[in-house]
Design a protein around this ligand. Structure first.
Ligand SMILES: Nc1ncnc2c1ncn2[C@@H]1O[C@H](COP(=O)(O)OP(=O)(O)OP(=O)(O)O)[C@@H](O)[C@H]1O
Length: 323
């Protein structure tokens, strides 16, 4: 099957000329129609920049050095601003960690949803309003007709995230990027938002790229996972394969940081942590960027990126390591 999204050799850098640091390096990602792919990694690994590159929303501080982002027959990196606006919102949409920053604070939420519909679909104002109310209902906002006229600050964080999701799915996109959609919410509301995404995904068949620090969440929600470290996808594969039989030392280290059981964590056992930090953009090593923190690293690892290895029986599983 032709992938819906195929990112090839994407390289992004930040910083002034002469001191640019590669924050995303030769990134390869593929997402099939209707698939759920989880992108995980510590803060600073390049997850959000990858998402923003797909959305065509990179700031001027970020340079696209090379690569292509193929989506529905186009390379998104080569579309002009007008064509990209057409794709964004209609074919690809995104929800963010903090909906307050994405919603317009001085515009009624229903009108914000109707605006997306009017921009991308040939609807009358009246029909767009009606559809916006339906969407508020679809995402579980009570009294949708009354809620249409409310402002973002009149909703709780979970309800605002529902409004964001209503806007994101308004035009039935083929790809939904969810960047830490539940991190700012309490656990009960997190579960409700994930249930909502799960239901909408099943009903609409939209593919989802879920960006998260939370391996357990990705393991439960996604089909496949890509583990990023300092700009590299170090390991990718089906969730059960990668999470049960991790090959890359970084994936193993991330999994070791998960509490084995809630009881043991509550009982005072210290949670593991990975010593050291993700390198800053200007300090990226030419080889494996995890080498400094890796107990199995060979002297050559920091200077030469270990080749990509593929699992002999699981072609979708690959990792960059000597092991
Ligand atoms: N506008 C920018 N200017 C300079 N550096 C940036 C900019 N945006 C991101 N970076 C740097 O690029 C690297 C990757 O950032 P990115 O936000 O993609 O990481 P992330 O994995 O999404 O982290 P988090 O989980 O904290 O959101 C980081 O080192 C970050 O400091």
């Amino acid at each position: 099957m032709e992938p819906l999204l195929q990112v090839n050799n994407l390289c992004l850098s930040v910083g002034p000329m002469g001191r640019r640091g590669a924050v995303v390096r030769d990134l390869e990602l593929a997402l099939q129609p209707g698939e759920r792919l989880g992108l995980v990694g510590e803060s600073g690994s390049g997850k959000s920049l990858t998402a923003l590159a797909i959305m065509g929303l990179l700031s001027e501080a970020v340079t696209v050095e090379s690569g292509e982002i193929r989506f529905m027959g186009n390379d998104l990196l080569r579309l002009d601003a007008r064509a990209m606006r057409h794709v964004r919102g209609k074919e690809i949409s995104m929800i963010f960690q903090e909906p307050l920053t994405a919603l317009n604070p001085v515009m009624r939420v229903g009108e914000q949803i109707a605006e997306v519909l009017l921009e991308h679909r040939e609807l009358s104002v009246r029909d767009a309003r009606r559809k916006a109310v339906e969407l508020l209902d679809l995402v579980g906002i009570r009294q949708p007709a009354e809620s249409y006229a409310r402002y973002p600050h009149q909703f709780s964080g979970g309800m605002r995230q529902r409004v964001m999701i209503a806007m994101a799915v308004a035009c039935r996109p083929r790809l939904l990027i969810a960047d830490e959609p539940t991190t700012a919410l309490d656990v009960t509301v997190q579960a409700q938002i994930i249930d909502l995404l799960d239901r909408l995904q099943q009903e609409t068949g939209v593919a989802i790229l879920l960006i998260s620090h939370n391996l357990a969440l990705v393991g439960n929600f996604c089909n496949r996972i890509a583990v990023m470290y300092a700009g590299d996808v170090v390991e990718t594969g089906e969730c059960p394969d990668v999470l049960v039989h991790p090959h890359h030392p970084y994936t193993r280290a991330l999994l070791d940081c998960l509490p084995a059981e809630l009881d043991s964590a509550a009982g005072g056992e210290r949670l593991n942590e990975i010593g050291g930090q993700v390198p800053a953009p200007a300090d990226m090593a030419p080889g494996c960027r995890f080498a400094q923190r890796c107990s199995q690293a060979l002297p050559s690892c920091a200077s030469v990126l270990p080749p990509l290895r593929r699992h002999p029986e699981r072609p979708g599983t690959s990792w960059h390591c000597i092991e």
